[in-house]
Design a protein around this ligand. Sequence first.
Ligand SMILES: Cc1cc2nc3c(=O)[nH]c(=O)nc-3n(C[C@H](O)[C@H](O)[C@H](O)COP(=O)(O)OP(=O)(O)OC[C@H]3O[C@@H](n4cnc5c(N)ncnc54)[C@H](O)[C@@H]3O)c2cc1C
Length: 289
Amino acid sequence: MYMPDFEYHAPGTMAEACKLLAELGGKAVILAGGTDVLHKMKQGKMTPEHLVSLKNLDELRSIRYEAGRGVVIGSLATHNNLYTSELLQNKYLSIPMAAHSMASNQIRNMGTVGGNIVNGVPSADLPPILIALNSTIRLVSASGERSMALEEFFHGSAQTAIAPGEILADITIPDQAATGSTYMKFGLRRSGALAVAGVAVTVIIDGDIVRGARIVLSSAAPTVMRARDAEESLKNKKVSEKLLADAGAMAAASSRPRDSIRGSAEYRRNLVEVLTKRALDRAITKGHS
Ligand SMILES: Cc1cc2nc3c(=O)[nH]c(=O)nc-3n(C[C@H](O)[C@H](O)[C@H](O)COP(=O)(O)OP(=O)(O)OC[C@H]3O[C@@H](n4cnc5c(N)ncnc54)[C@H](O)[C@@H]3O)c2cc1C
């Protein structure tokens, strides 16, 4: 497994990085933590002539709160940065927990939230909880910047809305009414395994009434997806075992999983049903967890 030849660039500013990407066009690939890019290059699945590393763009590393905007996570924040962020632990513990559910410590030290999103794979662990929390993303290029709901970014397996030359700069979690959120996944090992199926939820609880819910599934369709019928079924209803079980069954019915080496479609559908019920119960009883 030899690395093919390539030219390495490490621009010092966002403006330089955007200019370079515009000049190099399709010959360049962005490098963040490299856990996917370098692996694919070694396997010969990717042969870029140029790698443009974002490692010197320190402004993309911060995790901060901005009044009027919400929690802003720079795209270069690693999974372990998310896990150890006091801000996230205090506000949305579900994100550090999702980050900690991934891979090994070595991969969590290198892999970034930006790479996890831009990869666009349906088993990625961070998009579901970020979508459940209604996040938006900011994409920057030589021709300007644009923002969109993270939910709209994913078009299919490994297909996203990112345009050539665009850098995912940051992710914003707006201030919100959700009283609880959580991400639950099932992997073939207790830790360090990709999700056979995963479910992220947010809930707005008022006494014992569900005022709103968002349910987002991973590894349950060609791309991360909302289970909207299940969400609707919970609105303004009193919390009960049956209500949550019915929502789980509806989420499973709306999923479109595939058979793969990690699990059959039927197995995944069963997992979605169980995980949705459990995740709703945890978000209702334990808040952001
Ligand atoms: C052994 C192993 C285990 C893994 N386990 C898991 C797991 O349990 N759960 C999981 O979800 N993933 C897992 N992964 C996948 C991977 O580690 C993560 O998706 C990681 O977050 C990718 O981030 P990165 O910074 O390493 O991306 P890179 O490899 O640097 O980049 C990935 C892709 O995103 C693009 N990109 C990266 N950052 C940006 C940006 N800011 N703007 C625009 N484009 C960008 C790159 O050009 C490339 O196409 C695993 C990988 C390995 C090798």
